[in-house]
Design a protein around this ligand. Structure first.
Ligand SMILES: [Zn+2]
Length: 165
């Protein structure tokens, strides 16, 4: 990842928040995001980028943001929302997919299979060898068919971009 960013997404952008995590970015879901709450702390954090569907948040922000530090998302579909973020910020092709917890955004760590035995269904335990766990919310991940499906969806989104490496 060429640059370290932290995304702050508003109440209507839960899916976008999740997909940013899937491709490896730190992304915080902030349902309380409003012009006067959070805009300021985010502005002070040089890595923070606000993603919002609220025009008033962009127009009435008490803070004068630099270009692209606050992005008004103009589509309802997460695929187009992600495409907009990728295009505006020129995000590179994801090199760190599935390294973060989709639920809470924390970095995942590989875990010894025997340690999670009682937490996953028996057939999953027997048919998979590598497991990752979120140390924060304790959710367990393994590469299943949904990984392939999500990878394909991401590849499709990036295929819309002619010049991104
Ligand atoms: Zn988690």
């Amino acid at each position: 990842m060429s640059k370290k960013w932290i995304f702050f997404t508003d109440a209507t952008l839960g899916k976008l928040c999740k997909w940013l995590r899937i491709i490896g970015y730190e992304s915080l879901y902030c349902p309380q995001l409003s012009p006067h709450r959070l805009a300021l702390p985010v502005a002070l954090d040089e890595q923070g980028i606000i993603l919002t569907r609220q025009k008033k948040l962009v127009e009435k922000s008490p803070v004068q943001f630099e270009a692209n530090r606050i992005i008004f998302i103009n589509d309802n579909r997460w695929q187009n929302q992600l495409l907009q973020v990728i295009t505006v910020l020129q995000l590179p092709k994801p090199a760190a997919m599935f390294t973060r917890c989709v639920k809470c955004g924390h970095i995942l760590t590989e875990t010894d299979k025997t340690k999670i035995m009682i937490h996953v269904p028996a057939f999953i335990y027997q048919s998979h060898h590598r497991f990752h766990r979120c140390e924060q919310c304790e959710r367990i991940y393994w590469p299943g068919t949904h990984f392939k499906k999500m990878s394909d969806q991401i590849a499709q989104i990036f295929s819309h971009l002619p010049n991104v490496e």
